[in-house]
Write a protein that binds this ligand. Structure first.
Ligand code: G6P
Length: 367
């Protein structure tokens, strides 16, 4: 069947708005509502003996992996190594028995990721793949398949596949925490409850589309843009910068908020918008103090936070974008929405080809 844009102007826009539905669809096959537990689709697959995880991916999928490292370490207390697929094989990685190699790919065909998978398989690792295309090469060659149910993604810049990857990765981390005796039933039920809130929270985030469209003209003239985030939201800053580069051709960089003072703060002036991703939570105060360092140097800030965060730190910002108040576990999924919409509306304001950006391919099948 041909896929249509319907009432949307671009496939990317349509796919951004599909997220509440496809994340719910994806979570359905990992969360069992009946007993509030987490279960993988291959239920007989035993991950309790895994001692280390190696994550390999490219592009947006790599940033999903960075968030997963955070979750696997905090929930399951598993050491996690992560690398770009194009770098992985060439550094002669240490792959010991008991290792799980996890490959994340929307297409399941990215050449570098597939080559890394074959390398790990030959080295005796248990191979798991998180893919959106169930008939892909990676799906065929894996021991454990973790499908996302995002449906076909047409826009070259990945959006809905990313949030579905995050949903599965959170469920996987919780599952491994249970299997390793790190989570009791109450903790497992908590994660299930928070993840189940994600679709409604994504909807609430999408309700701010018009606010984001209205502020796109503040970013469109910029030559450089900085994105800041901390902890599990740091990879979202990287993803925000990647999205903006991909479709609006504005140079952008994502930085860990606390690292900014070691370099990028030298770039700050009135011409460089700084987009700060700061959900309320344990890291909020630290991020805000990094934001004040930007402001003290004349930087123009766009604060993305919830109502509480904006009430506390929104004064003096060039713009604020309000997100629903959510549990820190699902913040990376929810904050993906403003990051995608900023890039989308800035690209539309600049008149670039949103669905087919220059020089990029949907699936890169050369190394
Ligand atoms: C290309 C696409 C990106 C995608 C990356 C990895 O660069 O333009 O949107 O994130 O490949 O693709 P994969 O299919 O392996 O997730």
């Amino acid at each position: 069947a041909t896929i249509e844009k319907g009432n949307f102007r671009h496939f990317m826009q349509k796919e951004i708005f599909e997220q509440p539905t496809v994340v719910a669809q994806t979570l359905n096959s990992y969360l069992r509502q009946i007993d509030q537990s987490v279960a993988l689709p291959q239920i007989d697959f035993d991950l309790s003996a895994i001692r280390r995880v190696t994550i390999v991916a490219c592009g947006t999928s790599y940033y999903a992996g960075m968030v997963a490292k955070y979750w696997l370490e905090t929930f399951a207390r598993l050491p996690v190594d992560i690398d770009f697929a194009s770098e992985f094989r060439y550094r002669d990685p240490v792959l010991e028995p008991g290792g799980l190699a996890l490959f994340i790919s929307q297409s399941g065909e990215t050449a570098d990721t597939l080559a890394a998978l074959r390398h790990c398989k030959a080295a005796g690792q248990t191979v798991a793949v998180l893919v959106n295309v169930p008939t892909s090469s990676m799906a065929r060659e894996a021991d454990l398949r973790l499908p996302t149910h995002a449906g076909p993604e047409i826009g070259v810049a990945s959006t809905k596949a990313f949030t579905c990857q995050l949903a599965v990765l959170a469920a996987l981390a919780a599952h491994m925490a249970v299997r390793r005796g790190r989570f009791d039933r109450a903790e497992e039920r908590d994660v299930v409850a928070h993840l189940a809130e994600a679709p409604a929270a994504l909807n609430a985030a999408l309700a701010h589309d018009a606010d984001i469209a209205a502020m796109a003209h503040l970013i469109a003239p910029a030559r450089d843009v900085l994105y800041l985030g901390r902890g599990p939201d740091y990879p979202l800053a990287l993803e925000g910068a990647l999205k903006l580069k991909e479709i609006s051709y504005i140079h952008a960089e994502g930085y860990a908020s606390g690292e900014m003072k070691h370099g990028p703060i030298a770039l700050i002036d009135e011409a460089v918008p700084v987009i700060v991703l700061a959900p309320s939570g344990p890291l909020f105060e630290k991020t805000v103090s990094n934001m004040q360092e930007v402001r003290a140097r004349g930087g123009k800030i766009v604060l993305v936070s919830d109502a509480e965060g904006i009430a506390e730190a929104g004064e003096g910002c060039m713009a604020t974008i309000e997100m629903p108040r959510v549990h820190p576990l699902i913040a990376p999924l929810v904050y993906a929405v403003p990051v995608q919409l900023i890039a989308y509306h800035v690209a539309v304001a600049k008149g670039t080809d949103v669905d087919q950006p220059r020089n990029l391919a949907k699936s890169v099948t050369v190394e």
